[in-house]
Design a protein around this ligand. Structure first.
Ligand SMILES: Cc1cc2nc3c(=O)[nH]c(=O)nc-3n(C[C@H](O)[C@H](O)[C@H](O)COP(=O)(O)OP(=O)(O)OC[C@H]3O[C@@H](n4cnc5c(N)ncnc54)[C@H](O)[C@@H]3O)c2cc1C
Length: 400
């Protein structure tokens, strides 16, 4: 593949850079320190105020949902433009916005939603005002999602929903949830599921926090007790929800942003380690062995970037990446874990300080990363499932 921008791509890249330089404060890195670097977990009023302004600036250009068509409030970017957009945002460490409303629900509604659903829900997503949670997983259904048990029973103009969802990221802050529920228990498991849009304030929903081992509240579990959901809130046909929900519509599957974040973190740890070792502020371990590990991580971050380029080159040729996206996700999430381990080795005993800022180097970013990246190889399809995909679809091996 040709790594150079075409003249049009170069013009677009400089447009994105100019926008970022004009809208992202120079001291954004200061606000973006610490463990709560995900949009979902902010409690700092200064940071919250900035994020609001940032969302507004993006929304004015359709850049909250860059890949959506313009008629729905997006920017209609081609895969190539979206790649450049995400690459520049990540290089400048700009905060991500949008969440699952932009990445998953919006594109699903654009394809399968009624005009009324599009009118009601899409503007709130592109303005960044309404946030969505994904209600797919259940205690007994994750990798084998089609076995889900939450029931939706038709009663007049409503469905009555009973059951439980779990691991729903950001559901405690979300205004709405898109969920999969079983509408025909007698049909084969993939054929008895429907997708419903449920306001989180509907009577009968209770949300319980699940605090992860880093002490952060990102996940939740929800109980549905006779929750009435109007039939007009169903997306697509009844019992066809599996096909609606399983359509992967976030076409940006290269995840270039994540591979650049990896490289940024390698650079941050390296810088910190050298400064601390020079000044003696923290007794870091910076010997031949940890230096080699840092070099390995830098190479791996660059390989992750090349995997992203592979995917975008397929998309530019009009092909849909398949097992290549699994290779990318698996390698990146496992590199995330290796990088966190390298960081912890370098920080020595200080890596254990999670909360006390006097002792927590890099504001405990690495300690949090170490704890939170355990989940990276589970979220969005476990490494075992990715390996199954690579084995069967990529290598053509028979199913086990
Ligand atoms: C950070 C994070 C965020 C998440 N956010 C959301 C969210 O917003 N909404 C939502 O609905 N869900 C969310 N999830 C849930 C996520 O989708 C599930 O955790 C994931 O699909 C795995 O399902 P499970 O936890 O039930 O594990 P299981 O499916 O029970 O898997 C247990 C173990 O068995 C292995 N295994 C299972 N099947 C196979 C197989 N066929 N071959 C080989 N090994 C297998 C798995 O790899 C794993 O090691 C989130 C999870 C995480 C970690």
């Amino acid at each position: 593949m040709d790594f150079h921008d075409t003249p049009e791509e170069a013009t677009f890249r400089s447009e994105v850079r100019t926008f970022i330089e004009g809208n992202l404060p120079r001291d954004w890195a200061r606000l973006n320190q610490g463990p709560a670097f995900a949009e979902e977990a902010t409690d700092d009023p200064e940071r919250e105020a900035f994020l609001k302004q940032w969302r507004k600036a993006l929304s004015g250009r359709g850049w909250v949902a860059p890949h959506w068509p313009r008629e729905y409030g997006g920017a209609g970017m081609s895969p190539g433009e979206q790649f450049i957009y995400n690459e520049e945002m990540a290089k400048h460490r700009a905060p991500a916005v949008g969440g699952s409303g932009v990445g998953m629900l919006g594109p699903t509604l654009i394809l399968y939603g009624t005009d009324e659903q599009k009118k009601e829900h899409l503007p709130g997503i592109t303005s960044g005002e309404i946030s969505w949670a994904q209600g797919y997983s259940e205690p007994g259904s994750g990798s084998d999602l089609a076995s889900l048990q939450t029931r939706a029973v038709r009663d007049g103009d409503d469905y009555v929903v009973n059951g439980q969802k779990i691991w729903s990221s950001g559901a405690h802050r979300a205004d709405w949830m898109f969920m999969l529920a079983r509408t025909d228990p007698d049909a084969p498991k993939h054929r008895g599921i429907s997708m419903l849009l449920v306001p989180m304030k509907a009577p009968g929903i209770s949300v319980q926090p699940l605090v992860d081992m880093a002490g952060d509240h990102v996940f939740n579990q929800e109980y549905f007790d006779d929750v009435r959901v109007p039939v007009k809130n169903r997306v697509g046909e009844e019992n066809r929800g599996w096909y609606v929900g399983a359509t992967l519509l976030d076409f940006e599957r290269s995840n270039i942003g994540a591979s650049i974040n990896l490289r940024n973190t390698v650079d941050d740890i390296t810088r910190f380690a050298y400064e601390a070792s020079r000044s003696g502020s923290v007794p870091v371990r910076l010997d031949g062995r940890t230096k080699v590990e840092l070099a390995d991580r830098a190479v791996e971050a660059d390989i992750a970037r090349l995997f992203s380029y592979r995917i975008i080159s397929l998309q530019k040729r009009g092909q849909v990446p398949n097992y290549e996206a699994s290779v990318n996700k698996m390698f990146r999430s496992e590199t995330d874990q290796r990088l966190a381990q390298t960081g912890m080795k370098i920080l020595n005993m200080y890596g254990n300080a999670l909360r006390d800022e006097r002792f927590a180097p890099m504001k405990s970013r690495i300690s949090h990363m170490y704890l939170r990246t355990v989940a990276s190889t589970i979220a969005a399809g476990t490494s075992e499932i990715q390996r199954n995909v690579i084995a069967t679809r990529g290598l053509g091996l028979p199913r086990g």
